[in-house]
Design a protein around this ligand. Sequence first.
Ligand code: ZN
Length: 285
Amino acid sequence: MSKKIRGISLLAFFLIIIGLVVVRSVTTSKAAEIKNLTSAEIDKARQFNQAPGPALAAGYFAPILTFHHIAPLPPQADKIEKNLHVLPADFNNMLQALIAGQYKLVFVSELADYLARGEKPPRDWVALSFDDGYEDFYTYVFPLLKQYNLKVSLYVITEMNGGVYLTRSQIKELDLSGLVEIGSHTVDHPVLAKLPPAKQMIELLRSKETLDALLGKPTKIICYPYGAYDKTTEVLAKQAGYQYGLTYNHRPLRDSRDLFAIDRVGVWSDMNVVKFLQGLSLRKP
Ligand SMILES: [Zn+2]
């Protein structure tokens, strides 16, 4: 390597580091604007979210909750759109209820890692997942994650970039925050099980390659659009290099060993999430 090239690489390296520091400080300063809990409550929530959870009692079904839009309802929203929206104030209330209920928000991969080892996740764990990668995630969810120091998982459609969807640079910023785990939701959101295997593979592989390159690390999770998959999809997802595949079937996560058919539950705006979770913890396996 010539001296000149080495000098340029060193300079590039330092510019990247400076860039990361700037992104970090910008994201932390924005968080200070939101005040919903007292500072003592926030400290408690922060501490709680860094502490390990207690051991699991028998019969617990750890849940992965699924959201789409966190945003005000668009004018003339039909029933489907209403079901896909949780209003920002309701979402904030849900987060506060989860914090007050001493639930620990973890990445989907952290829950799935337990399943992969044949173990049950701690009983107070819950994973929040967001499908499609809408821009409203950046506007309404990200500031609250920073404020409460909470972790969630986000599944993006790699063909979408900007408009009502997150831009690539927003996705990168979310990943760098350490609070958002990014996974694939395919290239352009088809019903995978209806595609021939070769086309399914393109959706699985290209979206993974895009995210791997953007974020500089292997993408672990594929979230099937509409929760639709079949056995071929599962085999192809594994071949494409994913560790886990997620469905969307309104079932709480069972003690499942099928790592390419992990269940999730949808959440709507006035759902009492804590009551729902308490109900699960009482259920027998
Ligand atoms: Zn979707």
